[in-house]
Design a binder for this molecule. Structure first.
Ligand code: HEC
Length: 91
């Protein structure tokens, strides 16, 4: 009986560990997907939510950098995402 209970505990531990591993691998794949996104993709997904973004020649390079800093907080972007979007708009 005691052996049986120990086996049960081991089984629960294995199941728990596997679940954790699956969740971990999944979240890594998810963040890799974000990292692979281009500036154009990030721009389309984030910048059109609140307004239409004006064409890139509306503002100078410097103005876009400033706009990027302002809109980063509004769109809740990481620095990397912001840089990708701004270099896409500055092409
Ligand atoms: C949460 C809503 C929101 C998101 C997301 C957002 N913006 Fe804005 N944006 C605003 C608001 C509100 C204004 C007008 C007020 C201001 O200038 O701060 C604005 C203004 C602007 C302007 C005009 C600035 C000017 O000086 O006339 C530009 C260009 C712009 N946004 C670009 C972007 C870009 C690029 C992104 C994506 C990185 C973005 N926005 C994401 C809300 C948003």
């Amino acid at each position: 009986m005691k052996i049986f209970e120990q086996k049960k505990i081991t089984w629960v531990m294995v199941a728990g560990f596997s679940t954790l591993l699956v969740v971990l691998i999944n979240s890594c794949a998810e963040s890799r997907k974000v990292a692979e996104k281009t500036g154009a993709q990030l721009w389309a997904e984030n910048c059109q939510r609140c307004h239409n973004t004006p064409p890139s020649n509306t503002f100078s390079r410097e103005q876009w950098i400033t706009i990027g800093m302002h809109m980063q907080t509004r769109a809740q972007l990481t620095d990397k995402e912001r840089d990708k979007i701004i270099s896409f708009l500055n092409q």
